[in-house]
Design a protein around this ligand. Structure first.
Ligand SMILES: *Cc1c(COP(=O)(O)O)cnc(C)c1O
Length: 371
């Protein structure tokens, strides 16, 4: 927490706005919309709820297909199953670790041939790094399929001067406890389409028909954000830039100290984009470093340092067994390569310099490199 959250929470208590609506919700939505430069934002109970709403708004239903990045957290794709639709997973490419336009093109060509285009494409911006949006947008426009940007991890990142998450038809952010700013739990759905946003508010508040009695003709959800939690979000947004700077500095220090070790490669930053560096991620070549990702994780754990592998690709998850998957190129699955070699290091915005120095020292020790 930054310190000012309690002021907004107190305001909610003082005015007795203890509900999933109220002045903090309105103000947080306005602040986010202004920050992102979009016309409207709808605050919801989680990033997952925002993705679910986005799919509902695009009328994704039983029997439909949705293309989705494979290298991501499970929440990117779970709402596809909520709707009874089928995910088709798209591989990553090496310059962003995100959706491969080549794999996407192959998936579109096959879908077009059988006359079954996807209802939507969910593009994830992993660990703050933007996907190759120009290429992805051009393909989706060619087939007239809307894009949902899962920007849960990339709040404040930019793509060619545009704020991450605002290029597609709909954008999704998360304020879960682990994200760069948090409301403890929460999310935001954004769009420049006023009709979609109006419908999003309707669906997120139980889809009540405009009648004096309780009448419902559409299936709705209880997905709005609490006015107490929105108060936390208002104060958090005020420190977002500070946090991006802190995380980028953490990344840079890791890169300076470890980047020249043979066999270590840091997650790239695509030309003309900036990542919020939500997490510092890198790959370890076991042949060159003499240590596997798991060996390093275990060795850091002995020093009470928590490091983690990168997300397990969704096409490898038992939950999605049998789902179609398009690799970046024939015989080259980039997401599987990143999964087997990828490592995420402690990257919290409040990490002290001496703590980071200790992580770096322990990591070098685990590689048996003199420090
Ligand atoms: C955190 C996260 C989500 C889900 O957000 P919640 O607010 O936890 O529901 C979705 N996608 C990605 C990539 C995430 O990291």
């Amino acid at each position: 927490m930054s310190g000012k959250e309690l002021m907004y929470v107190q305001e909610a208590f003082d005015t007795n706005w203890i509900a999933p609506l109220g002045p903090n919700v309105d103000a947080f939505e306005k602040d986010i919309a202004n920050y992102l430069g979009v016309s409207d934002a709808v605050a919801v109970s989680s990033g997952t709820a925002a993705i679910h709403l986005a799919l509902s708004l695009l009328d994704v239903k039983q029997g439909d297909t949705v293309f989705c990045s494979t290298l991501t957290f499970v929440a990117s794709a779970n709402p596809i199953l909520y709707q009874g639709a089928k995910p088709i997973f798209i591989d990553s490419e090496l310059s962003t670790w995100n959706m491969s336009p080549i794999a996407l093109k192959n998936a579109f060509e096959d879908a077009y041939k059988i006359g079954k285009l996807p209802k939507a494409v969910i593009v994830v911006h992993l660990y703050g790094q933007n996907a190759k949006m120009d290429e992805i947008v051009s393909l989706c426009n060619q087939y007239d399929v809307p894009i949902i940007e899962d920007a849960a991890e990339s709040l404040g990142s930019t793509y060619k001067g545009i704020v991450s998450g605002t290029i597609g038809k709909l954008g999704v952010f998360s304020f879960n406890g682990n994200k760069i700013i948090t409301t403890s739990g929460g999310g935001m759905l954004i769009s420049n389409d006023p009709e979609l946003m109006k419908k999003a508010r309707f669906l997120a508040t139980q889809a009540k028909d405009p009648a004096p009695h309780y009448q419902h003709s559409t299936l709705g959800f209880n997905y709005r954000m609490s006015n107490i939690l929105a108060g936390i979000g208002r104060a958090q947004l005020e420190v977002l830039e500070e946090r991006i700077n802190a995380r980028r500095m953490i990344f840079e220090k890791y890169q300076q100290e470890l980047g020249l070790i043979p066999g270590i490669e840091f997650m790239p930053e695509l030309y003309e984009t900036t990542s919020n560096r939500w997490l510092t991620a890198l790959t370890i070549n076991e042949q060159e470093t003499g240590a596997s990702v798991q060996m390093i994780i275990n060795s850091l754990a002995k020093e009470n340092i928590e490091a983690r592998p990168v997300w397990k690709p969704l096409h490898l998850q038992p939950l999605f067994e049998g789902a179609t998957y398009y690799t970046h190129s024939h015989g080259q699955s980039v997401s599987e390569y990143l999964f087997s070699t990828g490592l995420c290091l402690p990257s919290g915005s409040n990490m002290k310099e001496e703590d980071q120095t200790r992580v770096i020292r322990c990591l070098k020790e685990s590689l048996k490199i003199s420090v």
